[in-house]
Design a protein around this ligand. Sequence first.
Ligand code: N01
Length: 549
Amino acid sequence: MTKRDLDVIVVGAGFAGIYMVHRMRQAGRSVRAFEAGSGVGGTWFWNRYPGARCDVESMEYSYGFSEELQQDWEWTERYAPQPEILRYINHVADRFDLRDDIQLETKVVSAHFIEATDSGAGGSSNEGSVATSARWHVVTDDGKSWTARFCVMATGCLSSTNTPDIPGLDSFAGELHHTSRWPREGVDFTGKRVGVIGTGSSGVQCIPIIAREAAHLTVFQRTPNFSIPAHNVPLAADVQAEVKKNYQSIRAENRQRAAAFGINWGPAGGLTFDSTPEERADAFESRWRLGGLGFISVFADLLLDKRANDEAAEFVRGKIRAVVDDPEVAALLSPDHVLGCKRVCSDTGYFEAFNRENVELVDVGRDPVECVTPTGVVTGGREFALDCLVMATGFDAMTGALHAIDIRGRGGQTLKDKWSAGPITYLGLGMSGFPNFFTITGPGSPSVLANMVTAIEQHVDWITDCLEFMRTEGHATIEATTRAETEWVEHVNAVADETLYPTCNSWYLGANVPGKPRVFMPHIGFPPYVEKCDEVVAAGYEGFSLSKD
Ligand code: N01
């Protein structure tokens, strides 16, 4: 019989959820993860659109917790494509025998904290026993209910789909797909008139491939994006062997980097204007040739000093002008916001795609999409006839997946109410009023501004240690104090305000979702964050209150 009263319930079985399950099993705890998808993998399960690939290099975007795992697994490309990452996650689930504790095709509908009661009146759905200590009561969409001492949200930062409320979208009679809910069997674009709305990382990756397959592609662009060529290549055996020889030290070195990755970027850059114009041009050029997200760290002040940023941004605009044949199209593709305040994209042939005869760029920044009809998209008073429409419109990032669940803490307080003016957490890990409730890579932690796998491992390890501490010391609950979370949110904002990050309408700020509070959500800088987490532990979980009942 499946146990219904558990030590730990985990919501989600992507990178975070499956590692959480692994650590809980190692610690001898009963654990169950619920996953909406029909397979493990989280964001890498759902984002199967053509060209989906990681923008962090494969040798870094992988777990470091098992030496055997990192030695055995062979990556085939510098940047792993989605199917390979999904194979890797499945391999991990099998290798560590995690599947028995992961329930697929099951959504968590609600998670309510019920205080400890003497009589057991708080109730428990545990078959054959009644829980009297404080429990999280979790209901799943198969109608079952579960209880657990701890509830861990491994719901991902980029998992809740953002589909804009465009009039008539439901009436579209052709094929309609969102990049983050791509059909397993793929989509055949051959001979079709295709439209793509959105030019973030997902759009930038799928557009060149769709352009090659489709009869005609219309790209509806609201905001142009900076993109650096990935220069993806097959991963040479000697390169892979060299990393594996030094994996431990490479992982340790990465944890000292601001974003916890970047082994190939070379030494950290100095200040932009400490170099001569020629040195700057050389530095930009060499990072351009290296490719990928490392471009943004070529100098240390690109996200601190607008003048420095202008230099780098103008360099990229120059590259766009050099690649794109039509100067008007090149101008339309050239961003005028701060380089990096929206996540920089990493592409293969993105700007080149606009030189194709069958690709048309439409400025929906100037003339917003008016509506979708059964036969196409209307903007600027013109209908663009389409057989297939791809929404590359991104995510309700960081908070969307949590708000999709009815989460209630002490006294029935809902998470939605608590976060009505933006997410409030202590360290992105926990919050007051929600005892024994943890968010892996929650808002207020480095998460999306770091190597996600490293950030996940750090959080899962921290939570595991915390639970062990509670077991040893006989604590029943842990909960952030109101003061600690208030100060932490202020700190996260103060750090962001020293940078150029908050200067544009990014999903980091929630600006892509109408009505979402505009708050900078991730914590900038992995090493100082980890230091703070370690200090909190060393000071006896400072900022948390622990109770024995
Ligand atoms: O989503 P996005 P994404 N009308 O929000 C546009 C990670 N990721 O899925 O910029 C017209 O970036 C919107 O326009 P605007 C990565 O962290 C990683 O592409 O808001 N357009 C924008 O162009 C990334 O940053 C990888 O003005 C509308 C686009 O849709 C994050 O996921 C690959 C619109 C959405 O871009 C999100 O990327 C993929 C409307 N009503 C994703 N609404 C890699 O590892 C939205 N848009 C490489």
